[in-house]
Design a protein around this ligand. Sequence first.
Ligand SMILES: Nc1nc2c(c(=O)[nH]1)N[C@H]1C(S)=C(S)[C@@H](COP(=O)(O)OP(=O)(O)OC[C@H]3O[C@@H](n4cnc5c(=O)[nH]c(N)nc54)[C@H](O)[C@@H]3O)O[C@H]1N2
Ligand SMILES: Nc1nc2c(c(=O)[nH]1)N[C@H]1C(S)=C(S)[C@@H](COP(=O)(O)OP(=O)(O)OC[C@H]3O[C@@H](n4cnc5c(=O)[nH]c(N)nc54)[C@H](O)[C@@H]3O)O[C@H]1N2
Ligand code: SF4
Ligand SMILES: [Mo]
Length: 705
Amino acid sequence: MSASPSTESLRTVHGACPHDCPDTCALQVQTDGQRVIKVSGRADHASTHGALCTKVSRYPERTHHPERLLTPLKRVSAKTEPPRFETVSWEAALADIATRLNAIAARDPQAIQPYSYAGTMGLLQGGSMADRLWNRLGAARLERTICASAGAEALNLTYGSRVGMHLRFFAESKLILIWGSNSIASNLHFWTYANQAKRAGAKLVCIDPRRSETADKCHQHLALRPGSDGALALALMHELIRHDWLDHDYLARHVEGWPGLRERALQWPPERAAALTGLNVAEIEGLARDYGQTAPAAIRLNYGMQRVRGGGNAVRLIALLPCLVGAWKHRAGGLLLSSSGWVAPYKNNEALERPDLLAGRQPRSVNMSAIGDALLDLNDPPIQALVVYNSNPAAVAPDSGRVIRGLQRADLFTVVIEHFLTDTADLADYVLPATTQMEHLDVHASYGHTDVLINEPAIAPLGQAKPNTQIFRELALAMGFDEPWVHEDDEALARMAFFAPPDAADAASPQGGGPPRERPSAGPGIPFDALREQGFYSLPLPEAPFADGSWPTPNGKVWAAHPQAGVPDFVPNQECAETDSARAVRYPLAMISPPARNFLNSSFVNVKSLRDIEREPLLEMHAQDAAARGLQDGQMVRVFNARGEQLLRLALNGRARPGVVNGLGVWWRKFGVDGKNVNELTHQGLTDIGAGACFYDCLVEVTAA
Ligand SMILES: Nc1nc2c(c(=O)[nH]1)N[C@H]1C(S)=C(S)[C@@H](COP(=O)(O)OP(=O)(O)OC[C@H]3O[C@@H](n4cnc5c(=O)[nH]c(N)nc54)[C@H](O)[C@@H]3O)O[C@H]1N2
Ligand SMILES: Nc1nc2c(c(=O)[nH]1)N[C@H]1C(S)=C(S)[C@@H](COP(=O)(O)OP(=O)(O)OC[C@H]3O[C@@H](n4cnc5c(=O)[nH]c(N)nc54)[C@H](O)[C@@H]3O)O[C@H]1N2
Ligand code: SF4
Ligand SMILES: [Mo]
């Protein structure tokens, strides 16, 4: 008889989607106590509005996957051979790992390199106890640059923080530029608001080299060349100035350094930008007219456009456009790239991460976007131990040839904490089983909306899996750190993650006019019990926060010219004809590798029902480029450059523009025909601002396989 649970035994708990996605959905998790039965989106959470993406609605399948890691594993094969592991007890694994790490730390703790990203965005499982251990030990630090640091730092240099429009007011905009974002795939709950605006008569313009699922649904698609966004922004400014579609009052009162930016923009007539962007002059002029003459106009900028060398400058330029036309005066005008700055003053990072445990030491810092070079080239000391959690660098870091060679070093001791045997876990000495979001407590902030959420465990840990926090607690104890900071449990950590309101009276009067400048000692705060009761808590914020300036800069003005960084400018790609003509002759196609819709970075690639939708790794190419190479739709092709090569199935599906190929990511290497993925081709160069990864700044050539 099938054991279908009776309705009485079912329980529903408040959850939060842990994934690196701007939407941070509020979940409703149904369980019979043993298994997760159903995961759905909460109807009473505004931006989630009862709907989840396909990936996360398949969460029971991922959680109860037959290949979930349920015990610690110890490697018994060489790193250059196919991986073989044996099961070991937690006690044996932690004792051995502690001995190895202590021996390295006794010589130099900076030889221990933590590597983590946003596999979970939870403030507990994403850091907390792990950071405490690394701080206490004096381990090397990690510059967490693999995704958003160019854009984030560019916003800091423009607005003073990562702030912008509120998501819900996009529904009232009359013109929306969806810029470097495949919203339908990667920001679904923004798309709902954009769609409402569309139904109310707004015009939607998609600015993206690829004809994405989102471009299909917009009124206009401007397929510019990768990395040319800064040139487009400057030409738009040129046209706004030439036609005097400017809000002189906003510029005069709230923008610092406008004359310098004006002078620069006047050097960018549409003809100059047309040559770089591959758009025609009429398209640029038309976009400027729409933007200059439609109010309220909103820009949903996203991270796709900043994964190129000039990504930081391009974000600075685009982020200034709404100031030229005074779009910020309306709550449905302005720009949103990240909302993470709004919650920053509420977060008590010091309590969670305990930087005081460093006791004045300043360990070296390694940029995660160049981990291949760091593993192979760093000296004094070389990286001797790598502890990976919440990330899959063998698949997601650029220039994988070098990353893999680094991970294969016989003298490197690698510990990977995971749900599955990923490409990175395949190269570990120890693999430790972690709980999923269904099995642990956490609290979450978002970078796309301004609510904080709690995630209650729905089921007990599966097998011998443990939360990251508990693994680091036990590792710290095994290493000999029997100190008070180790003994705070997850409930205590959750309660200290956000400042509490100083008292009920103060908490009832949030400040208006922009985010607080610095973390005040008493408030603002978040009432933990209310958060727990409701499952989410909306930060009290003004609707049009910058209508009257009040930017979170020292004098409240936007920086068109930053005191140190000056006026932003167009910076061409590291790999393009303008920068490196010899390379462009050998490798004439620009390759971008945005994510496939049904994966989240490299997560979910092993969930069969989702992989069945994506089928296999593809290379999208324009018919004209295929014809020039004698290539046919559906055939296997060899994509290559000086760093490496990969075999991919060719798709002539109308989504690629001439001169650009799209290698959809981020597949696990082991699912690739040749055991590789697109990062075999990407490079470790860094962005102009924020030292971020340049995944979409890459030249390749393609031939028949
Ligand atoms: N389904 C799904 N959702 C996701 C993710 C996922 O992997 N899958 N990843 C999550 C994460 S970690 C992040 S950071 C976000 C990423 O989501 P986004 O911030 O939207 O960034 P990308 O998906 O990298 O790229 C978005 C679009 O930018 C385009 N693009 C590439 N180069 C350029 C350029 O030079 N200029 C312009 N204008 N456009 C360019 C790409 O073709 C792509 O369609 O999404 C999150 N959500
Ligand atoms: N070519 C190319 N490369 C890219 C990108 C691209 O667009 N193109 N996108 C880049 C971007 S934007 C990003 S953000 C990075 C993302 O790269 P990563 O941060 O590595 O993200 P994922 O690939 O999703 O891997 C996260 C891993 O964390 C694990 N995990 C999840 N929750 C937990 C937990 O609670 N505990 C533990 N221990 N593990 C957990 C998951 O099982 C998963 O294997 O990739 C980058 N790489
Ligand atoms: S991945 Fe994004 S859209 Fe999907 S459930 Fe999570 S937060 Fe929502
Ligand atoms: Mo990301």
